[in-house]
Design a protein around this ligand. Sequence first.
Ligand code: NI
Length: 310
Amino acid sequence: MPAARAQNANALEMSVNAAYILTMKTSILPVTLALFGCAGPALSQTAPIAPVTDTTPQIEVRRAIIVEPAPVVSIDDLPRTLPPEVKRVYTECQVPGNVIAITFDDGPHPQNTPRLLDLLKERGIKAPFFLIGKSAATWPDIVRRIVAEGHEIGNHTWSHPQLTSLKESRVLSELQATHDAIVKAGGVAPLLYRPPYGATRLSQQKLIHDHFQYPAIMWDVDPLDWQQPRTVAKVHDRVLARTHSGSIILCHDIHEPTVDAMPSTLDELMAKGFHFVTVTQLINLEARSAPPQPPPVAATTSAPADSRAL
Ligand code: NI
């Protein structure tokens, strides 16, 4: 929150909380002053009040209704690190307000990713990029630009295999090589991963979380830009129709029509009041907004059987 706004909010809160409204039958001026936060010393709790007698005007003393200011969340203040309590899988987040994350997979691409970065920069939008390790190693300058312009990078494996068909050692090596390539190119360690095709086993989610502390980031809005026909209208229409508060949108910046669709898609999402954040920011906003959890109860059932989650 800007300093001036914070001061204004504090001043308003203090004046309303401290004010005791004196309603004098002969005047409404003190009430008016208190309602507008202008209550001066004469209206304070310690102000002397003349004793009520039969010969003095009747004075009624009422305590003002305490008005709690609405919580103000500044998107820029949301952390870009994960909060202490993180779920293993996110498909969307439960957040207040129209806050969303639009994610881009399978890059970096030598032409489409820089073009997308220009579009995001023009609009002041920050986005998560789930990079393929071998592409990050091939185009490290683009990785550096993604980081320098304030976007977030997630791990999308080295060669985009379907993890459900791999042994544990190969799952870990795919992610480790990509982690290292992103650190080498961009100087930052990824905090998240997205399994190719969204395919992973519960046992693999645990393995990856234990090893890298990554949560798996899925999506709730899929414009099907990975599927033919790839058209601007399909991406635009599906994203605009399906995005809601807390959505995680899946896009692929390796496909030219997807990047072509971004100017109108992003502008219309902003016109609808949506604000864009990174996935870690969205997770932090959900963590801050969640009601207090009851204390854990000892498990009485066995763990769910390993199954494929797409
Ligand atoms: Ni992918």
